[in-house]
Design a protein. Structure first.
Length: 205
């Protein structure tokens, strides 16, 4: 199974994007995250790494790819718009299961590493990936768009495993229906919040 998570932000008047301070990526309640036997990547192995360097260090822990567009605001300069690749790696932080996202900008040659911690969700969402974006990340948190697809199949103890899997939650009396697949939420400086839900159809077996 693969899940594509995406969101975007723009201003009506074309002014500089506000700074983002928190990201939430929600997964369905029926979803299962299986990391047994899957290697982990430490965030410190990705700091200062280019995209190629990140893959060289942590390719065996790779669980997703995507793209990021952001406005970069530098002192005494006009804002720059960058478009870069994202890599997502399986990780553990302080003993907790996590996802670490890496991006490297060519126009602004600085690597950014964003740790997402798994938290328990509510309603139709079973797990929520939460990242706090501190000022230490510099100019990167002014995100224009964010897209990431999580998907990984691997072998452990002679059996095939999938990083993500989910059952169809419709009642047994029905053969098809819809369910909340994922949700993306973004909190900006000053308290504003933007969120979007993704609903998909499924069929019972």
């Amino acid at each position: 199974m693969s899940v594509r998570l995406a969101g975007s932000l723009r201003t009506d008047d074309g002014s500089t994007l506000p700074r983002m301070i928190r990201m939430e990526l929600g997964l369905p309640q029926q979803g299962i995250i299986d990391t047994r036997g899957l290697p982990v990547c430490s965030p410190r192995r990705l700091r200062s790494a280019t995209t190629a360097g990140a893959l060289e260090s942590c390719r065996d822990a790779l669980v997703g790819r995507g793209r990021l567009r952001a406005d970069v605001v530098l002192p005494d300069q006009s804002p720059l718009s960058i478009d870069t690749r994202l890599l997502a790696f399986n990780a553990r932080i302080d003993g907790r299961r996590a996802l670490v996202v890496h991006a490297f900008g060519r126009g602004v040659p600085v690597a950014v590493v964003i740790p997402f911690l798994f938290e328990r969700g509510s309603g139709n969402l079973g797990r929520v990936l939460v990242a706090k974006l501190p000022r230490a990340l510099g100019p990167w948190p002014r995100l224009a768009s964010f897209e990431m697809t999580l998907s990984r199949s691997f072998e452990y103890r002679g059996r095939r495993h999938s990083y993500l899997s989910a059952s169809c939650p419709i009642p047994k009396a029905l053969t098809a229906g819809f369910f909340s697949l994922a949700r993306a939420g973004f909190t900006i400086a000053g308290g504003g919040h933007i969120g979007t839900a993704i609903t998909r159809g499924c069929r019972g077996r």
